[in-house]
Design a binder for this molecule. Structure first.
Ligand code: DC
Length: 230
């Protein structure tokens, strides 16, 4: 396969983007890039520096001192490193979700991560997920998908995930936080969550995970056709 492909998957949190994008990437032998994990890593760095919510200038001042990297485990799962430390598990708490949402509204943070994201898609085929991949990061992507589901359905899925991980949370809190993040992500001035004009809509509210994966893989196959066969 000479040409490399870029698939952009955007949508609100909890729509199943990362699981679906990871599975689709594995099926086609593409690299999976979870850009939300990068915002979460910056959010973790801000939390660790003891910076209160809202201290924008001090968060921006932290950026030059951060070393944020991606790695891939043998099973193809992405891992995140902050200054050499594997923080993959630490960035998945509700507190860091809110922090990530906060730092992702800062244009300086977005600019800092944009280069890294574009470079990853330059030399290899990727499925990249986030909020602004089809609109800002990879506007020339070969395929753009906007993946969504109702807020209640997304909160139910997130709640189940957190409970399985042993987190002590209530469903109401998960739903309220998800709605707040939706609002932050869609209403911010810098690269708000928005469906690109040429993105295909996939609503997973009534689909199982397997059905959602099949739907997305069918779209990738349909767009790339015979090219995918080496
Ligand atoms: O997808 P996620 O929940 O891991 O994302 C964490 C936060 O980062 C979320 O509030 C949205 C934000 N984000 C963003 O603004 N742009 C991206 N490309 C990816 C995530």
């Amino acid at each position: 396969m000479d040409k490399h492909y870029t698939v952009a998957i955007d949508g609100p949190s909890g729509a199943g983007k990362s699981t679906i994008a990871r599975a689709a990437a594995a099926r086609f032998g593409f690299i999976y890039v979870d850009t939300g994990a990068m915002y979460r890593t910056v959010g973790l760095a801000a939390a660790r520096a003891g910076l209160p919510l809202g201290s924008e200038e001090r968060i921006i001042a932290l950026l030059p001192g951060l070393d944020i990297r991606f790695g891939y485990a043998e099973d193809g799962r992405q891992r995140m490193y902050l200054n050499g430390e594997d923080v993959t598990g630490l960035i998945r708490t509700p507190e860091i979700s809110m922090r990530a949402s906060e730092v992702s509204a800062m244009p300086e943070v977005r600019a800092y991560l944009l280069d890294m994201q574009r470079r990853m898609a330059e030399r290899q085929s990727v499925v990249m997920d986030g909020r602004d991949i089809g609109t800002v990061v990879l506007p020339q992507a070969d395929l753009k998908i906007f993946l969504t589901a109702s807020a209640r359905r997304r909160a139910q899925r997130r709640y189940k995930e957190l409970v399985e991980k042993g987190e002590d949370v209530s469903f109401e809190r998960v739903l309220a936080e998800l709605e707040e993040r939706d609002k932050n992500d869609s209403s911010r001035a810098a690269a708000p969550l928005r469906r690109a004009d040429d993105a295909l809509l996939v609503d997973t509210s009534e689909l199982t995970l397997e059905e959602s994966i099949e739907r997305v893989c069918a779209l990738i196959e349909g767009r790339m056709g015979g090219d995918l066969i080496d």
